[in-house]
Design a protein around this ligand. Structure first.
Ligand code: FMN
Length: 446
């Protein structure tokens, strides 16, 4: 199999007190030194042993504080109650590894393009060409409030983001590969004819240049995107090298994957050059029965408050303001400014135009492992499920941890060798940069 056809493996990490699963910190085997670099470097070493393509850090620029209009439940229950700067934690992980890709989420709504271009180009140098940027437009009022701003409309966020990336890529492409000369004998440091000032003047952003960072080992960092709305998919299709998705089950996954690949082809991109990876949880036991016991233990740690707090956060709506069985009004549904795909999924799955709070809890299963498909069982059972999805519904997976680093240790020890035996996953890193390990071309300068 070619590099491209084999599966891409990404770990869905957080610079915080829990994994995606808020109750993960309650797990008896969870390590809780998330304020120290050792926590991140230990996870990185496990992933690199498993030849993962990428350790990817998500981000939010706030802790959840929309439920009951305060952060009390978030803090008491540890529901994503800490958010460190993922760039620093990812760098700690990067220094502990040699080949693993390092992905970090940064926002186009609250950061400046020059700052983001410089930070990621620097990360690419410091990690020898392993940097990736997950481009997000940020979604809720708490994030806006932390930056002293008002929340801006959904599609406008994407219009700004398009221009934001033009500026970032413009800076990344402004130094030729051979602009740095470093010749002590002639006294020439850099060839000034090979460095251009960007002088960008757009509708939303302006940035002068010259850029302060020479061209980085990958040429430029890999771009990740996870838009789910119509406008979001358009944005992902334009810019993404890797696209993260949530597919609730295999049937819907096959349908949406096929549609997205056709959309890529229609937008003039080679569909094979963009890897689509759905988020999943894995629970790996020595037998299927052991995995079921592990699953029961994990599910028992979740509390109903976890889901309500995270639904309020992701939909930017206070779920404490309504009765549990009270339907949302049409105005309330139209006013949701967070991830609209969540709302739309609940309307579709419940079959109700005006779903209740209970419908949101039951159909999104937010805050539980069942928010994403769960592949549970012994190594063979988990590998069977991954094989069934690969190629028809995805090109790889974003694996969320039920607890860290334990669930990655289990996956790497048992499932990775099984995938390798089946020739679905590589046995060695192919190159030194993330681009070479993903089979992506090096972008051209200019
Ligand atoms: C696997 C995955 C990871 C994501 N990570 C983040 C993140 O770290 N920060 C963030 O603000 N949004 C994140 N998102 C949300 C997306 O960027 C996007 O806003 C969301 O999927 C809704 O799509 P839309 O913006 O097109 O409505 C993620 C989505 C997925 C599917």
């Amino acid at each position: 199999m070619s590099t491209r056809k084999k599966m891409a493996l990404v770990a869905f990490l957080q610079a915080q007190n829990c994994t995606n699963l808020p109750s993960s910190w309650r797990h008896p085997k969870a390590e809780l030194d998330f304020l120290s670099p050792g926590y991140y470097s230990r996870i990185g070493k496990v992933l690199e042993e498993g030849k993962f393509h990428l350790a990817f850090f998500d981000d939010r620029l706030a802790i959840p504080d929309i439920y009951q209009a305060n952060a009390a439940a978030t803090l008491r229950e540890g529901i994503r109650a800490v958010k460190l700067d993922p760039m620093i934690c990812a760098t700690a992980l990067g220094y502990a590894t040699r080949s693993l890709g390092i992905g970090v989420t940064y926002s186009t709504t609250y950061y400046e393009p020059f700052h983001v271009a410089r930070t990621f180009a620097t990360l690419d140098h410091m990690t020898g060409g392993r940097a990736a940027w997950n481009v997000v437009t940020s979604l809720n009022g708490a994030e806006a409030a932390n930056f002293g701003r008002e929340i801006i409309g959904h599609d406008l966020r994407y219009d700004r983001a398009d221009e934001f990336i033009e500026v970032v890529q413009g800076h990344w492409r402004s130094w030729d590969d051979d602009a740095l000369v470093l010749d002590r004998a002639s006294g020439l440091f850099a060839d000034d004819s090979k460095v251009r000032a960007l002088a960008f003047e757009g509708e939303y952003f302006r940035s002068a240049g010259p850029f302060t960072v020479p061209r980085s080992p990958q040429g430029e960092p890999v771009l990740i995107q996870a838009g789910q709305s119509g406008r979001g998919k358009q944005f992902a299709a334009r810019w993404g090298d890797l696209v993260f998705v949530i597919y609730p089950n295999l049937d819907l996954g096959r349908k949406q994957y096929g549609e997205f690949k056709s959309y890529l082809a229609n937008s003039g991109r080679d569909p094979d050059s963009v890897r689509v990876a759905p988020a999943i949880y894995t629970i790996v036991g020595r037998s299927n029965a052991e995995a079921e016991d592990m699953r029961a233990e994990i599910e028992a740690l979740a509390k109903p408050i976890d889901g309500l707090v995270l639904l309020s956060e992701v939909l930017n709506f206070d779920f404490a303001s309504k009765g549990y069985d009270e339907p949302f009004t049409t105005d309330e549904l139209n006013g949701i400014s967070g991830i609209q795909a969540f709302r739309d999924r609940v309307i579709t799955l419940s079959g109700r135009a005006n779903p209740t709070v209970r419908d949101f809890v039951e159909f999104t299963r937010r805050g539980t492992i069942n928010e994403f498909p769960v592949f549970a069982g012994d190594a063979k059972t988990v590998a069977d499920q991954m094989e069934e999805w690969l190629g028809s519904a995805c090109d790889g997976f974003v694996i969320a941890g039920t607890h860290a680093p334990g669930s990655y240790e289990d996956f790497v020890a048992h499932v990775v060798p099984e995938l390798q035996r089946r020739d679905l996953f590589r046995t060695e890193y192919q190159g030194t940069t993330l681009r070479s390990n993903l089979g992506l071309d090096r972008p051209k300068v200019g």
